[in-house]
Structure formats: structure tokens, C-alpha cells
Ligand binder design. Structure first.
Ligand code: SF4
Ligand code: FE
Length: 487
């Protein structure tokens, strides 16, 4: 297993084609805009050695029996699934941001079971290929970007009906020994901090859409792969000396748009190619795992926001007020409700035909549906508790200014003995999460990551077993449990 420092050195060695705020960059490790996101991924490596994280972050490989980082683990039990949620909460506590490495983990567990079942049905040989690929990921302790979301163009049209057929990632040619893919993936969390990309179809494909049913792996630095860095609110505060107003100067998330300009992928890295009937299950399983993930990571970030709010109340001298305490209780209630869902869908996990474990799909979707709402309510309460200064405070960087600095210390003072500078720093941390760069991960991603709210409602509707529930009511009232018409 790599240390965080070894991981950062390994990323430094990659030669990526990246565009960051108008400049082409190959070396991103030292860019203050990008470095916090790299440190957040490094925390997933350091967790395997830290006293607080070791027990959660270390696992035993089902492929080799060797110790591995849980971020490369194929889950072997409900206990493994619960440990994953707890690990994600722990890392949310440490970083207060998206630490990016879970998407590849979730993709791997979905691809592992889907390739097994696809091979069984179609006589293909994808599963062994994927095992071999993932063995290398485990051995080298790599970070993998799980790439699902296509641009999708006109939402009313299927992939092949688009004016531009590249709006969905597709195979444009088959060459001896491999395929050539073209298209783009949006919302790529942590792409520039990853060694490998695991490409998956964006949705269930239908007969006639075989070229779009492609799952494969390629290095982030492969020829023809270009990365466009995503902007985040107030992101350039990270480029100011010392980043005093960034709120969270140490850690941050990262989102990227990645373009595949006719990229060659060798056969041994192709895990689905034209089997349209397995694209839907792959999307569903990946989304299920990632909806479980949010019951851990967002809760961990929520802990920090609740802590910052409670601290601020103390600095302001209102921590004893009953309405303040009640708001903090409400924030905790919402946060632990999401965690309960993450744990529940894990505890009710089941073995797949391939042998790894999958979450309970209904409960995972309920988990994520709550995550589309509760962080926003927690953020609203945090904003309420913080007061208007959250949106009006002068720069922390001005504290050193001989004219402005003394005014800031005088007029932002609260309880005697409280340093106004502490108060300002906590306000910036809250601002980061409710309106700054951190809000991309905590609020926007909570709505759209792992699929928008309606996607979960569709899945909840499918899993709801309303007929079974009608049967319960019928039985109770003396009707036969399953009347032919249900009437
Ligand atoms: Fe992991 Fe959460 Fe970031 Fe997804 S949003 S990659 S689950 S930290
Ligand atoms: Fe996500």
C-alpha cells in the first residue's frame, strides 16, 4: 500500500493533457488550485496507516489474500459494506470535502459482478480480463476514476438519433487487438488525481445501440485523452498566498470534463463491447453502490459543518440559547438519518453470482434520495446560525493591513477572550461548505451525484412492491392476499 506522499509522487509522474483556467498543463501537482484535491485523495492512502483510520481502511484482497487499501476492495460481506460507509464518513471528517476515490471502487464492484454474469450468458471472456486488470490496481494501490456520465445532447433523443453521434461515448472502429473510442465524460470527480479511467455506459442501451455499450479501462494519460478542469465557486481564492479566505485551504474536491479523441483501447482492457443487455444492470449496480457511498461521505462532511456551527455559536456567546441548541439537534438528526440509510443498505447486502457483495438497492436509493435534501437543510440551518456576516465579512487577508486590521479585530469581537480571527476562520469554513468551493461536493453533488433525485424515485418505485403491500392490507381485511385484479 502506498503512503499519501508516495501516491502524490506517483501522480507527479503522469503526463496528462489538462486545461486549467485557460492554460495547458501537464504537471498539476503543484498548482494551488488542484493541490488541495490531490491532498484529499492522499488522505485515503494515509488513512490506511493512521490510528483512527487503519482498521477501516485496510482490507484483505479476495484476489490475492494480501492486505490492500479498502478503496480497491471487492466487498466480501455486509460487514465490508458497512466498513466502507464508516471509512467514507471518517474521511469526510478528515477532509470536509469529496476525496474522490470512491467512484472507481464503486465502478469496480459493479463491473466485477456484471462481467461474470455477462460471460455466463454470452460466452464472452470479460470477467477474467477484469480480474487481471483489478489485480494490478490492488497490487499497485492505484486510484481509478469511474467514468459514467455522457454529455447526452438532446435529452429527448436516443444516442444514435443525436445530431452529433459523439454525444455518447462510442466505439468508432475496431482494429486488430482492440477498439477505438470517441466521446466525452462529464462530471469526472478526481480525474486528474487518478491513474486509470474505468469507462462505463451512461444508461441502459437497446438493440441497435451496440456501439454505445462499451466498458473499458485506460490510463488517464493515454494518447487522445484530454481533460478540461471544472471551475468551482471562489476557486481562485486557493491561488491567493496562504489561501486565507478559502475556508478549507488544505483539502478540496475536483471535477473534470474528459474528452476521448479516438483513443485506442487494447482488447485485454475491454470489459463490455456491444452486449446492450448488460449496460442497464451495470448502470444500476454502479449507481446503487455510489448511492450507498453518499450515506458515508456526505455525513462525514456534515459532521464538520455541524461542528463549525456549534463552535461559532460558542464564539458568539449564544451556545446556551435553546433555539440554537434545537437547530443543532435538528442538524444532527438529519445527518444521522443519512448515515442510518448508508448502514442499513450495507447491512442488508447480498452476495452476487460473482462472489462480491452488493448493497440492498431499495435502501441505497432511499439513502441517496435523503442526501438530495438533507445537506441543503443542514446548510440552511448552518447559514441561519452563522448570521449575516457569513455573506458580508471582509477578507481575512486584510488582517495584516495596518489600517483595516485593527478595525476588523475591534468590530468583529464577540465574547471577551474570543479571538475575532478564530471567528472569521470558522465563518470562512462554513462559507466554503454552503456557498464556496466545498458546496460543489456538499450541495450540488448531493443532488446530482450518483444520479439526480428522479433517478432514485424511479428505482424506489420499481423496488417498492406495492402489490405485496396491497396484499397485506387485503389479508388484514379478510380478502384473499392476491386478488386477480387487485380490487
Ligand atoms: Fe467519494 Fe463522496 Fe466524493 Fe463520491 S462524492 S467520490 S462518494 S467522497
Ligand atoms: Fe459522486
Amino acid at each position: 500500500m502506498m503512503t499519501g506522499a508516495e501516491y502524490i509522487a506517483s501522480i507527479r509522474g503522469l503526463e496528462l493533457q489538462a486545461r486549467v483556467l485557460g492554460a495547458d498543463q501537464a504537471a498539476l501537482v503543484d498548482d494551488p488550485l488542484v493541490a488541495p484535491s490531490l491532498r484529499a485523495v492522499a488522505a485515503t492512502y494515509d488513512a490506511a496507516r493512521s490510528a483512527a483510520g487503519r482498521d477501516l481502511a485496510c482490507a484483505q484482497s479476495s484476489l490475492t489474500g494480501e492486505p490492500i487499501n479498502r478503496f480497491t476492495h471487492l466487498h466480501q460481506s455486509p460487514a465490508d459494506l458497512v466498513a466502507k460507509v464508516r471509512l467514507l464518513r471518517h474521511l469526510g471528517n478528515v477532509t470536509a470535502c469529496c476525496f474522490q476515490r470512491c467512484v472507481g471502487l464503486d465502478a469496480a464492484n459493479a463491473v466485477f459482478s456484471v462481467t461474470f454474469e455477462c460471460d455466463r450468458q454470452h460466452g464472452t471472456r470479460y470477467h477474467d480480463r477484469f480480474r487481471e486488470f483489478w489485480l494490478q490496481v490492488q497490487r499497485r494501490d492505484l486510484t481509478v476514476d469511474g467514468a459514467m456520465t455522457d454529455p447526452k445532447g438532446d435529452r429527448g433523443k436516443r444516442p444514435a438519433q443525436q445530431a452529433d453521434p459523439d454525444l455518447f461515448v462510442r466505439v468508432v472502429a475496431r482494429r486488430p487487438g482492440g477498439v477505438v473510442i470517441r466521446g466525452a465524460k462529464l462530471h469526472q470527480t478526481g480525474m486528474l488525481n487518478a491513474h486509470e479511467i474505468l469507462v462505463m455506459p451512461t444508461m441502459a442501451m437497446r438493440p441497435g445501440e451496440e456501439q454505445y455499450a462499451i466498458c473499458c479501462a485506460l490510463p488517464t494519460g493515454a494518447a487522445g485523452v484530454r481533460h478540461l478542469y471544472g471551475r468551482q465557486a471562489s476557486d481562485t481564492r486557493k491561488r491567493e498566498a496562504g489561501a486565507p479566505d478559502a475556508g478549507n485551504a488544505t483539502f478540496g474536491g475536483q471535477e473534470v470534463m474528459t474528452v476521448f479523441d479516438d483513443v485506442f483501447v487494447p482488447d485485454e482492457r475491454v470489459f463490455l463491447c456491444g452486449e446492450v443487455d448488460w449496460s442497464g444492470p451495470l448502470v444500476e449496480r454502479f449507481a446503487g453502490y455510489h448511492r450507498q457511498s453518499y450515506g458515508g461521505c456526505k455525513v462525514g462532511v456534515g459532521d464538520v459543518l455541524i461542528g463549525a456551527s456549534a463552535w461559532l455559536a460558542r464564539l458568539n456567546g449564544v451556545d446556551g440559547a435553546s433555539h440554537v441548541r434545537d437547530k443543532l439537534v435538528e442538524m444532527v438528526h438529519l445527518n444521522e438519518t443519512m448515515f442510518s440509510c448508508g448502514v442499513a443498505c450495507s447491512a442488508f447486502g447480498h452476495a452476487t453470482a460473482a462472489g462480491n457483495y452488493e448493497i440492498d438497492l431499495l435502501l441505497a436509493n432511499v439513502c441517496k434520495q435523503n442526501v438530495t435534501r438533507f445537506p441543503h437543510e443542514i446548510a440552511r440551518l448552518a447559514t441561519d446560525l452563522a448570521g449575516g456576516l457569513l455573506g458580508t465579512m471582509p477578507a481575512l487577508g486584510d488582517l495584516g493591513d495596518p489600517v483595516v486590521g485593527p478595525y476588523l479585530r475591534k468590530y468583529l469581537a464577540t465574547v471577551p477572550g474570543v479571538d475575532p480571527v478564530d471567528r472569521m476562520k470558522v465563518l470562512r469554513l462554513v462559507e466554503n461548505l454552503v456557498a464556496g468551493a466545498g458546496a460543489v461536493g456538499y450541495l450540488i453533488e448531493s443532488v446530482h451525484g450518483a444520479g439526480p433525485p428522479q433517478a432514485q424515485r424511479i428505482m424506489i418505485g420499481r423496488q417498492a412492491d406495492l402489490e405485496g403491500k396491497i396484499g397485506l392490507a387485503r389479508t388484514l381485511l379478510g380478502h384473499s392476499p392476491a386478488g386477480a385484479s387487485g380490487r
